[in-house]
Design a protein around this ligand. Sequence first.
Ligand code: LLP
Length: 419
Amino acid sequence: MQILHYNDDGNLYLENIDLTELCRTVSTPFYIYSETEIRNNCKRILHHGELFSLLPCYALKANYNPKIIHIIQTLGFGADVVSDGELQFALRSGISPQKIVFAGVGKSASEIEAAIREEIHSLNIESESELRAIAKISKKLKKNVVVAIRINPDIDAKTHPYISTGLHENKFGVDPATALRMFREASNHQYLKPEGIHIHLGSQIQSPAPYLESIRFILDFREKLLHENIKIKFVDLGGGIGIHYENQLDTRNTSRTFIDDILPQLLAPFRDTDLYLIIELGRAIVGSAGLLITKVLYKKETPQRNFAIIDAAMNNLIRPSLYQAYHQIVPLKDSGAETEVMDIVGPVCETGDYFARQREMPLINEGDYLAVTGAGAYGQVLSSNYNLRPRIAEYLVRDGNITTIFNGESIQTIMQQYL
Ligand code: LLP
């Protein structure tokens, strides 16, 4: 089935849903996701992992709507969590503790304790101080805890600096010499079980090259540990596989994610090892499944620029403002061949509140609806109430029907939280 396409009537459809028709019954802006696309992305990942002992984990930070987590859980995925909130959402969505990995540079004592009590698969350790904190808590609880040390290999993932994590200047992980010391210390501890190496290079990675470099590093490092009699059982390769933001429409011979381009090459070097593999994918699973639907409120022409002012803003989708990220924006009704160069901006009182600058767009009019594509990951989860704008509703296309999976806030629900 085509996921996102224009039908013969010139209307944009998500699966079988005519989005123009939908906008007659629900108010904009809103997020809408395709369950089929989420499933397809998961199935692709499972397919590539068939010949390996692979635990694919879903990085909840990309989109923690429980209905979405649940879809992914039913396909056998585990979870990558970075807070007590994500741990609780993962468990509540039916993910077994044995399939949960907990990462993050600043886990609090209560988060560490919750993770140990739940007997999750592993905790990824990011500093020597954290190693000691986990050691202390495991001793207090008299419980074993499997840990992986996150090594920062100093490899450039060639992505936006804010989402690049594997360079020494980044706050993540520890350098190889420190990691070696930590493995020694952990392996001499009564309750710590240092069984894994963790690496995460960054996000929106578009080529296998940085991964392959990091894998060479991991396999070398594993040898070093073996010389010290420390045996690694698993490697957590992190996440980061990107999506094709420039082309999210269904056209022949295009894929909306980099899963097929990267994952097989990423797994291949492990074919002859007995290592258990973990990956922590967020964007590649949900990114291409989501749209932000918005309405053009006004057009404004100045001698320098043509603006389309839409009803969605940076508080709903901050990626363009924060990372200068590109999102393909398409009208819900195909208006034909004529185009104009536009700035597409939101109503928030900041110049940085924009979705596209100097973008060639099909001719659009006030009252038209637009779809911001590739908005399923790091969209709603990064939203805020800035300018006192309520968080918007989320819908899911499931079995050809629309279900509401987040009601959206109202001013009243926000106001109630203030004393
Ligand atoms: N594992 C770790 C340790 C991570 O830090 C992340 C993402 C992931 C896995 C999942 O990465 P993914 O497969 O989704 O690329 N807000 C930014 C992205 C931040 C990513 C943070 N860490 C954006 O909108 O591009």
